[in-house]
Design a protein around this ligand. Structure first.
Ligand SMILES: *Cc1c(COP(=O)(O)O)cnc(C)c1O
Length: 388
């Protein structure tokens, strides 16, 4: 913790590289070893070194959790076996009868967890367009216990004003949780803007190499941390030590990767926008994006995630483009070093009913890109030949 305080006033690159790093006490190893163990030997019953059983305590996981806290500028980090497991833990803070106000344009798996798993336990979810914060205020009731937002959103790159929503949450006595997966802690720190909990799919930019599934929560309030730690160990969705090691290693290059994702994102977004066959590009770095000013205020830069539609917005044409890229791989997920292309309506967002998707502006022809850190020229060439 003292190192965490020491790092708090350092600049991003220094903080990111040194977050959670302590030489291993037994050997001095600079990287925290992969403590691949289920239990710890006690010298007498109840006498241990703070480690009893690895669902509750693991040194590799603790190193990662400290790193997560440092890079999000929070006090406490908790790692989970996946992003949805982290979301699941947050909803388990609630009780039957509680209400959650959530964004109507968010990760499909979050929507599925809310509607298909938690509604039947008596938790009520109200979906609104959170880009207009008045829509949130309009549905706040005394039962509102949590506001859940994602910004930028997946896949339409809508921006919600985190600070404005945090004021609504505070007034309502509700928690605000922000899914910060798309921005990454390098570009946006929701706790600084008034959020209570930051959630990440560490599978994406934090891991950064498409080789691990993991989730994270970061918060400042110790009571909240204790409740979430209790849920983490009681429900058991903890990541294994190898996965923790991989994310810890991924984090060390987060700032370098993000800079390149942003640079390449800029080039690809502008290329697409000028292309005669492209109808619309969704990217929050355009100065005519409806919430550009908010994006500019709360984000350091605009990232490499974007979506676009073609003039011919048919499923067939979209599928032809999706099948003809050579560098962009057709796959779900995002945030890795390699570029990916995705068809939300048949892939990541297929669990959202079609009429719901269309209503929220997610057309059948929408194509999503996770722009990687290859050479930008090669990425542009690839899209040029695929779009035709
Ligand atoms: C991938 C993703 C999730 C879910 O995370 P998993 O690690 O796949 O469980 C949640 N939110 C967003 C924005 C995501 O992209």
């Amino acid at each position: 913790m003292s190192d965490q305080l020491f790092l708090a006033d350092k600049k991003a690159a220094t903080r990111i590289i040194h977050a959670g790093s302590h030489p291993d006490p037994s050997t001095g190893a600079i990287m925290t070893p992969i403590y691949q163990t289920s239990t710890y030997v006690q010298s007498a019953p109840g006498v241990n070194q703070g480690y009893e059983y690895a669902r509750s305590q693991n040194p590799t996981r603790f190193a990662l959790e400290e790193a997560l806290a440092v890079i999000e500028n929070g006090k406490y980090g908790l790692a989970f076996s996946s992003g949805v497991a982290a979301t699941d833990a947050v909803i388990k803070l609630l009780a039957p009868g509680d209400e959650v106000i959530a964004a109507n344009d968010m990760y499909g798996g979050t929507y599925r967890l809310f509607t298909k798993v938690f509604e039947k336990f008596g938790i009520r979810f109200i979906y609104v367009d959170t880009t207009h914060t008045a829509n949130i205020e309009a549905v706040v009731t005394p039962k509102t216990k949590l506001i859940w937002i994602e910004t930028p959103t997946n896949p339409l790159m809508n921006i919600t004003d985190i600070h404005a929503v945090s004021k609504i949450a505070r007034k309502a006595g509700a928690l605000l949780c922000v899914d910060n997966t798309f921005a990454s802690p390098y570009l946006q720190n929701p706790l600084n803007l008034g959020a209570d909990i930051v959630m990440h799919s560490a599978t994406k930019y934090l891991g950064g190499h498409s080789d691990v599934i993991q989730g994270a929560l970061v918060m400042n309030d110790q009571g909240l941390r204790d409740q979430l730690y209790f849920i983490q160990k009681s429900c058991g969705a903890v990541p294994g030590p190898l996965d923790c090691f991989l994310v810890l290693r991924g984090i060390k290059t987060l700032h370098v990767r993000m800079k390149q994702h942003c640079e390449n994102g800029f080039v690809v977004a502008h290329f697409l926008r000028k292309h005669p066959n492209v109808e619309r590009v969704y990217w929050c770095g355009f100065n005519d994006h409806p919430n550009y000013e908010i994006a500019k205020n709360q984000m350091k830069a605009f990232g490499g995630m974007m979506s676009f539609t073609l003039k011919d917005d048919s499923m067939e044409t979209a599928k032809r483009v999706l099948s003809s890229t050579r560098i962009f791989s057709l796959a779900e997920s995002l945030g890795g070093v390699e570029s990916l292309i995705n068809h939300p309506s048949s892939m990541t967002h297929a669990s959202i009913p079609r009429e719901e998707r269309i209503k929220n502006g997610l057309s059948d022809g929408l194509i999503r890109l996770s722009v990687g850190i290859e050479d930008a020229d090669d990425l542009v060439e690839d899209l040029k030949q695929a779009i035709g």
